[in-house]
Design a protein around this ligand. Sequence first.
Ligand code: TMP
Ligand code: ASP
Length: 237
Amino acid sequence: MEKGALLYEGKAKQVYATQDPERVILHYKDDATAFNGVKKAQIADKGVVNCRLSAYFLEMVRPTVPVHFEKQLSPRDQLCRKVEIIPVEVVVRNRIAGSFAKKLGLAEGGLLSRPVVELFYKSDALNDPPVNEDAALALGWAKAWELLCMREYALEVNRILIGFWDGLGVDVVDFKLEFGRIGQQVVLADEITPDGARLWERGTGRHLDKDVFRRDLGDLSETYREIYHRVFGEQVS
Ligand code: TMP
Ligand code: ASP
């Protein structure tokens, strides 16, 4: 399968057409951005690390959550089903952090007694504002059954990720997912990577995610290479 026309360029990935109208190639770039593109940098190997991590996690959840991912074609390229992206981002939180801590005036780190699911409107122009189910329904962004699937799939991904990272001594603090539709099916789309998650090393609280870049906590390239090594047991080559 070869890359055709560039259909869309996002902050961290490009989407290319293929000869098959139902399939696209996602190309993972080394670009990192934060604060809706205000802060930018090239992070060596980030594309390679995230491409393989996302492939790995999407395969891991596939038995119980439909995913757009089909196969990894090269270190930075994935073959995926073409989806219509639902413009509602789903965030799952297990601990207090980030915008949740800020808006409620809480210290970061506290464990929540149950996972919290939040919805955000996917809009760069508006900086992804928070929305609720009623707004998403009233504005026609998603159907009630689709929102129900998204919530259940997101909570299932949460259970799987918690179990996996627990074995590596890492706490899943929160993460963001995007979903798409293929006909009458809701599928997990986009990526599962440390760009869209908070992963804290148990005991030290060290950040193993893009907050290293957002908050100037160290070298994101080194952090991502370390995550790759922890997950795959080998160096990024
Ligand atoms: P938040 O605490 O800033 O709302 O972020 C919640 C989760 O969503 C966190 O794991 C990082 C991820 N995230 C994105 O993937 N993209 C974004 O634009 C933002 C702000 C957060
Ligand atoms: N994804 C957003 C950006 O690229 C914000 C973030 O991840 O912090 O600017």
